[in-house]
Design a binder for this molecule. Structure first.
Ligand SMILES: O=C[C@H](O)COP(=O)(O)O
Ligand SMILES: CC(=O)C(=O)O
Length: 206
């Protein structure tokens, strides 16, 4: 269920897209930089249309983020999302994903939430907000009692600290917004999105 193939690069750009018309240019810019997956957050009205566009017209593995309700699970999957992410843990969201048969990566911030996720049958979780929760050391600490869990740290991950996260054996991939930052999307600076992607993929390949 949770064996999401995160495109090999272990880097998930987390994107709040202001306009679905940007989706294809964004997808191409990320792909050119070696990125193979994307998390489109349901934080903007453009999100579902952007998911549909990228699912149909790009080779990126498209995930839907900030999924907070069972209805949003359905809408995201209908639009073409191949995996679902949430900032926190909701047994309702997880159950709907399991019923629909789509991999889900819920967020956790504590050992208690992680136990709830395990009880719900989830073994891959988002660690959010990662930097504020202690970064790689926080993940290492949770990995002691929860050795079977894979983490997707998100929140405060940057080019500067990326290598430290990826060096953790329990880290499946990281999520981060700096690759396709809001100011780059607003100004249409897709070349910079490719540059940032290339730099991140280079670090991940080391
Ligand atoms: O809401 C936060 C995003 O999910 C990712 O965090 P970030 O902007 O610190 O990379
Ligand atoms: C926090 C995050 O990445 C999400 O909203 O899914």
């Amino acid at each position: 269920m949770n064996d999401v193939q995160l495109g090999g690069t272990r880097i998930i750009p987390v994107v709040a897209l202001p306009d679905a018309g940007l989706a294809l240019d964004l997808g191409q810019a990320l792909w050119a930089g070696g990125i193979r997956t994307i998390e489109i957050t349901l934080r903007t009205p453009a999100a579902l249309a952007a998911i549909a566009t990228l699912a149909e017209q790009s080779d990126l593995l498209v995930g839907a983020g900030t999924v907070l309700t069972a209805e949003q699970v359905e809408l995201a999957v209908e639009a073409g999302a191949k995996y679902i992410l949430s900032p926190g843990f909701s047994s309702t969201v997880v159950r709907r994903c399991q019923e629909v048969g789509v991999p889900v990566i819920p967020g956790i911030a504590t050992a208690t939430e992680l136990q709830a996720a395990l009880e719900a049958g989830v073994t891959t979780v988002k660690f959010f907000p990662a930097e504020q929760l202690g970064g790689p050391a926080g993940i290492r600490a949770l990995s002691g009692p929860f050795g079977q869990v894979k983490f997707v740290p998100t929140g405060g991950v940057s080019l500067a600290n990326l290598a430290g996260y990826l060096a953790e054996p329990a880290v499946l991939a990281v999520g981060a917004s700096w690759l396709a930052a809001p100011d780059l999307l607003a100004s249409g600076d897709f070349a910079e999105i490719t540059r940032r992607s290339t730099a991140a993929v280079e670090v991940a390949a080391r």
